[in-house]
Design a binder for this molecule. Structure first.
Ligand code: PGA
Length: 260
């Protein structure tokens, strides 16, 4: 039976795009999607840098484009003396209700730990936000046969901090670190195996059937079909290929063909 989970295609712009570029992208993407707007589209999420959140949100609203704007990170605390941080309340103040948490670049370059990722996830849920929580093994983990153990540890750290009732609201992105920005996409059946494993871990805490699990790591229009055809992959978290409206649209189009 086909799953009832609505697919998600999310574009993580990382530290790219000025407000002007963000507005131009939003318009260009909508021009491509609009002719298909009657079709059952995936949820389309755009994750710009903080500085362009309002631009993407207001441009989407002006165009009547059903894009969801998401932050790439946030602090778990509501406010305080934490120079440079942005809190859930501040994102909500901008009307931002989705947030990426624990991206491997945050874990690698900004010392995020399983614990801080779990805290941020808990904070997002407490504020009624949808967290896209990233997990994934490094190349060395994979080469040492530690993939499943690393994924289990990362997923369980998050699950211990949330209630079973929150499971349908959280989105997990499986992003093998060695596949991010490298052009080396994970084989679709292996990506599906890990996504199914993640669903299995979640099912030990409650109903995992509604939890959307995405794959991320060198997703491109030409590998989207194979990835999205898999039973436990409910969408993609896209980096490089989300920076151009053409390639991001190509991915959305392919996802529609498979999951419609
Ligand atoms: P990539 O990035 O698509 O450029 O590999 C994915 C990500 O970092 O989420």
């Amino acid at each position: 039976m086909a799953s009832t989970r609505r697919p998600i295609i999310a574009g993580n712009w990382k530290m790219y795009k000025t407000t002007q570029e963000a507005a131009a992208f939003t318009k260009a993407l909508w021009e491509k999607i609009q002719p298909h707007a009657g079709a059952s589209l995936p949820e389309i999420v755009i994750c710009p840098p903080y500085t362009a959140l309002t631009t993407v949100k207001t441009s989407s609203a002006d165009l009547k484009a059903p894009f969801i704007t998401a932050a790439q990170n946030m602090e778990s605390r509501d406010n305080g003396a934490y120079t440079g941080e942005v809190s859930p309340l501040m994102l909500l103040d901008l009307g931002i209700r989705w947030v990426v948490i624990g991206h491997s670049e945050r874990r690698q370059y900004f010392n995020e730990t399983d614990e801080s990722v779990a805290q941020k996830t808990g904070a997002a849920l407490k504020h009624g936000m949808t967290p896209i929580v990233c997990v994934g093994e490094a190349l060395q983990d994979r080469e040492n046969g530690l993939t499943d153990r690393v994924i289990e540890q990362q997923v369980r750290a998050v699950l211990t901090q949330i209630t079973a009732a929150a499971l349908p609201k959280i989105v997990i992105a499986y992003e093998p670190v060695w596949a991010i920005g490298t052009g080396k996409v994970c084989d679709a059946t292996e990506a599906n195996r890990v996504c199914a494993l993640i669903r299995h871990f979640i099912s030990e805490y409650g109903n995992a059937e509604q939890t959307r699990i995405l794959y991320g790591g060198s997703v491109k229009p030409d590998n989207t079909h194979a990835l999205m055809s898999q039973s436990d992959i409910d969408g993609g978290l896209v980096g490089g290929a989300s920076l151009e409206a053409d390639s991001f649209f190509g991915i959305i189009e392919q996802a529609c063909l498979v999951k419609a």
